[in-house]
Write a protein that binds this ligand. Structure first.
Ligand SMILES: [Zn+2]
Length: 337
């Protein structure tokens, strides 16, 4: 059976029709509507298109050739990776910082109604979907205890324990971006202060680089050139470009988020003791520029570090597709269960 996966963010909805091994065989990408009812309708519209593709056999018919018509037409489940907190039954958005109207919103119910109850819908937090995607088909394959940290606009987290996605009693586990690292530190969008994502994110990278430029203007030539002379226009891609050219201030900015990343992982290990950390998100494209300082500081802050095995720290492999792949795979499990 196929699974239809959605990744619903604050600005765009990505969708992928997945074959029975979670390979994405057709894609959609649309802007996120403002009204939740319009989001439901957009998902239903893509579902009907995907169903049409399956029934026509056109794009999708290559999956073995012997399937009967019911199998060929079958979308067995819908998985929605959503940017926000999801209730423990995987059906309702309790809160979404970027989609204000998703407050106690019964997303699985409304989408199932919009598609005439033709197949079941599962909703899961986007970082959890990405973590599960990396676990089943990416850098986490073969591990049993894994933590994903996604360094993007913020810092997302997901925990795999004993081969299962660890969701906690209320579906809220894995929010490592909001572990308080600095008492009374920088204000965070969540309402608390000093959260890890204030120091480990694309935004934090830009902040560290800007402060370095202001402090060391004599060494800021290349970064100032890249941002057109206005430090407020300095963006992550420019800092990544400069670091590849050997720029010392850009390296300082990556060293800083790498240090904080190492600290967070060391704290997470004290609680969860995983064998593997998978680091995802756009910032990790620089590879060891970030992972090097992250590993060094993880070793430095790990409790009893000289007397225990150290978890491996690697870059994600499934990239932008991790959320879709994870949502597709998880939706099948819910159906099977
Ligand atoms: Zn926070």
């Amino acid at each position: 059976m196929h699974a239809l996966a959605f990744d619903v963010g604050g600005t765009k909805i990505a969708a992928g029709l997945c074959d029975d091994e979670d390979r994405i065989i057709h894609r959609w990408r649309i802007p996120t509507p403002h009204d939740p009812a319009d989001i439901d309708a957009a998902i239903a519209g893509i579902y009907r298109e995907a169903k049409g593709l399956c029934e026509s056999g056109g794009t999708v018919g290559a999956s073995g050739g012997t399937a009967d018509s019911a199998d060929r037409s079958g979308i067995g489940s819908i998985g929605i990776s959503a940017c926000g907190n999801v209730t423990s039954d995987r059906r309702t958005m309790s809160f979404a910082p970027n989609i204000a109207a998703w407050h106690d919103y019964p997303l699985a119910d409304t989408v199932e109604a919009a598609i005439g109850h033709e197949c079941p819908v599962m909703v899961e937090n986007d970082a959890n979907c990405a973590g599960w995607g990396e676990y089943v088909h990416g850098a986490g394959r073969g591990s049993a205890y894994m933590v994903l940290l996604t360094v993007g606009t913020g810092l997302g987290g997901a925990i795999i324990a004993d081969g299962k996605l660890y969701r906690g009693a209320f579906g809220m586990a894995g929010e490592l971006g909001h572990v308080a690292m600095v008492p009374d530190g920088d204000f965070c969008g969540c309402g608390l202060r000093g959260c890890a994502e204030r120091y480990i994110s694309g935004n934090a990278l830009e902040r560290f680089a800007r402060s370095a430029v202001r402090r060391y203007p004599d060494r800021a030539g290349r970064l100032m050139e890249l941002c057109g002379g206005n430090v407020d226009h300095l963006r992550g891609a420019m800092i990544a470009q400069a670091v590849k050219e050997g720029d010392s201030l850009a390296q300082y900015a990556f060293d800083k988020i790498g240090e904080w990343l190492g600290r967070v992982m060391a704290q997470a290990s004290a609680v969860l003791d995983p064998e593997l950390y998978v680091i995802g998100g756009g910032v990790v494209e620089v590879g060891d520029v970030l992972l090097g300082p992250a590993r060094r500081n993880f070793d430095r802050f790990l409790e009893a570090g000289a007397h225990r095995p150290h978890a491996r720290i690697v870059a994600a492999e499934a990239g932008q597709d991790a959320g879709l792949i994870g949502a597709a795979n998880l939706s099948r499990q819910v159906t099977a269960g």
